[in-house]
Design a protein around this ligand. Structure first.
Ligand code: GDP
Ligand code: MG
Length: 593
């Protein structure tokens, strides 16, 4: 395709403002799918994505409109996948900014729109859901100008649901978004935007060609990975797969090259011709590393092999997730796994539970600590609190820090500052952008991985947005806090904490466990301790009544059902000494109040 006929764009929207519905409409209007095929939303194709309303893997669709080729790039919607978002945006020249006409501009829009502005994108505001009686398009137009600071006088008024404004949006993309630039005669230079495993095609690689041409039968080199591969397919999604002879400058499409694992096709890598390579790789390649680690153990020890197989299969499709075998005194055989963040952890855990039908116990998430040993015995990287050396052997512990940028409306600023302060944050900057506060904080990652994002959202009623980058390790007064249930240490719940926040964390943990562990026939003490010193304690009082007592004798089937339910519940419990801890308790206990 001729450069002047290509438009590459993404859609930026807060959750539920209508991104998926609009994408479906654009596909439908340009003839990619029939009415019948449109029945379910096309771009969000994983159950978990649908339920959570977030996009995890970027997808792209090629649309034909009035002699032009429009490439719609979907982007992941969560901070854990920030690097993938930045690469998707780098592959586009413009964006549709979708804002709900009844809700107005919301937080998640902001972080992405600022990134888009940084990439010099042409931004087309789309005010969606104008069919709603509560729609206030003029107010929202004003908000876009006020808060985001872009011209919204030519915003498109639309209803993705009733199909209003769809053609106008397509025309605006052609008229306002600039065509990509590139040199067809230069050596091939293409960006690897995304990769995923397809059971039929193998590893599929989404590319944006910058210069040159990529074609079937070509030997290409992955510049960061240093590997070469023979291309066996080139094509585009409409959204159905269409094979093409080649992709030229400015084009977005996919290739396959008999690659077995996505780990060999890293997002951000530069692809070039093996025989005629480009001298300069694209800037910005980053090897994403797991930052949060936790143990995953089967509730039923007999499921270990099944867990191994399931984890290996998931890993085929997700290079950012890592795993290695782990044994725990209390939990037996399992795996220590690494993730990009807490959401990533939850997604993997949910897929294992749902798609592979496994009951799992998740241990406390931990970041990676660097420990300097005494007597010049070197330095170790600690991924698991259980491996913490004896305190006498530790010279110094360093923990990872991040720099976080938070956007928040004025009215919630106070509670957000308080939250950052509680989490040992160091304020670096506070400014106002379009009527909102922009706060920069340095924070220990350890204080962020548990629930910072959730707290931020709830304190700001969903309006605050948050973005972060790692800024290296720093020494800290860190200690291992153990949890004892009925005097027995539960290694899955031990965690590394800062001495200053240990008591608060310990108290929160024992209080939650008190709620989560069912009563037994005897009294159960629950303690948090550092070394031999107890810092928090609760007691679960002994149970008196039989669980069936509340059935008042009568109904026998009801009584049986209750007993069955109780038995089933037992299967999902772990015995600690003589105490049963339900599976949910492990995860729930780790959420801060
Ligand atoms: P996303 O999270 O941005 O992908 O949003 P969705 O496309 O999933 O839409 C969220 C909800 O808003 C769904 O229930 C849609 O049916 C609804 N929705 C989307 N566009 C419109 C619209 O133009 N008008 C109305 N009334 N509802 C819409
Ligand atoms: Mg969606």
């Amino acid at each position: 395709t001729e450069l002047s006929k290509i438009r590459n764009f993404s859609i930026i929207a807060h959750i539920d403002h209508g991104k998926s519905t609009l994408a479906d409409r654009l596909i439908q209007r340009t003839g990619g799918l029939s009415e019948r095929e449109m029945s379910s939303q096309v771009l969000d194709n994983m159950d978990i994505e649908k339920e959570r309303g977030i996009t995890i893997k970027a997808q792209t669709v090629r649309l034909d409109w009035k002699g032009h080729v429009l490439n719609l790039m979907d982007t992941p919607g969560h901070v854990d996948f920030a690097y993938e978002v930045s690469r998707s945006l780098a592959a586009c020249e413009g964006a549709l900014l979708v804002v709900d006409a009844a809700q107005g501009v919301e937080a998640q829009t902001l972080a992405n729109v600022y990134q888009s502005i940084e990439h010099d994108h042409e931004i087309i505001p789309v005010i969606n859901k104008i069919d709603l009686p509560s729609a206030e398009p003029e107010k929202v137009r004003h908000e876009i100008e006020e808060i985001i600071g872009i011209d919204a006088s030519n915003a498109v008024l639309a209803s993705a649901k009733s199909g209003i404004g769809i053609e106008e949006i397509l025309d605006a993309i052609v008229e306002r978004i600039p065509a990509p630039k590139g040199d067809a005669d230069a050596p091939l230079k293409a960006m690897l935007v995304d990769s995923w495993y397809d059971s039929y095609l193998g590893v599929v690689i989404l590319v944006r060609v910058i210069d040159g041409t990529i074609k079937k039968g070509q030997q290409i080199k992955f510049m960061a990975a240093g590997t070469t591969h023979l291309i066996d397919r080139v094509g585009a999604f409409r959204p159905k797969i269409e094979q093409l002879p080649d992709l030229g400058p400015g084009e977005i499409g996919f290739i396959t090259a008999q690659i077995k694992e996505v780990a060999q096709a890293r997002v951000g890598d530069t692809l070039t011709d093996a025989k005629r390579p480009t001298p300069h790789a694209l800037p910005g390649f980053k090897e994403v590393q797991p930052v949060v680690f936790c143990g995953l153990f089967p509730v039923d020890a007999a499921d270990f092999e099944k867990l191994r197989e399931s984890i290996s299969r998931l890993r085929l499709n997700d290079a950012s997730f890592s795993f290695e075998m782990e044994t725990s005194a209390a939990l037996g055989f399992g795996f220590r796994c690494g993730f990009l963040g807490l959401l990533h952890l939850e997604i993997i855990q949910e897929r294992l539970t749902r798609e592979y039908d496994l009951d799992l116990i998740t241990t406390a998430p931990s970041v990676v600590y660097k420990i300097k040993l005494t007597h010049n015995n070197g330095e170790i990287e600690l991924h698991n609190p259980a491996d913490m050396p004896d305190p006498t052997k530790i010279e110094e512990i360093e923990e990872p820090w991040i720099q976080a940028v938070i956007y928040v409306p004025d009215e919630y600023l106070g509670s957000i500052l308080k939250l950052c302060q509680e989490r040992r944050g160091i304020q670096k900057n506070l400014t106002y952008v379009g009527g909102r506060a922009q706060v920069t904080y340095e924070l220990p990652l350890n204080e962020v991985v548990f629930d910072f994002y959730d707290r931020l959202k709830s304190l700001s009623k969903g309006y605050a947005s948050f973005d972060y980058e790692q800024i290296g390790h720093r020494a800290g007064d860190l200690v291992k806090m153990g949890i004892l249930v009925n005097e027995e240490p539960v290694d899955a719940l031990s965690m590394i904490v800062h001495r200053a926040t240990a008591e608060v964390r310990g108290r929160g943990m024992v209080e939650r466990l008190k709620e989560l562990i069912p009563r037994h026939l005897f009294k159960i003490p629950i303690q948090a301790a550092i070394g031999g010193k107890v810092i928090a304690r609760e007691t679960i009082s002994a149970m008196r009544k039989d669980v069936t007592a509340k059935c008042y004798g009568g109904d026998a089937t009801r009584k049986r059902k209750l007993l069955e339910k109780q038995k089933k519940g037992k299967a999902k419990m772990r015995e600690y000494g003589s105490v049963s801890i339900p599976q949910e308790a492990f995860i729930a206990a780790l959420r801060m109040g």
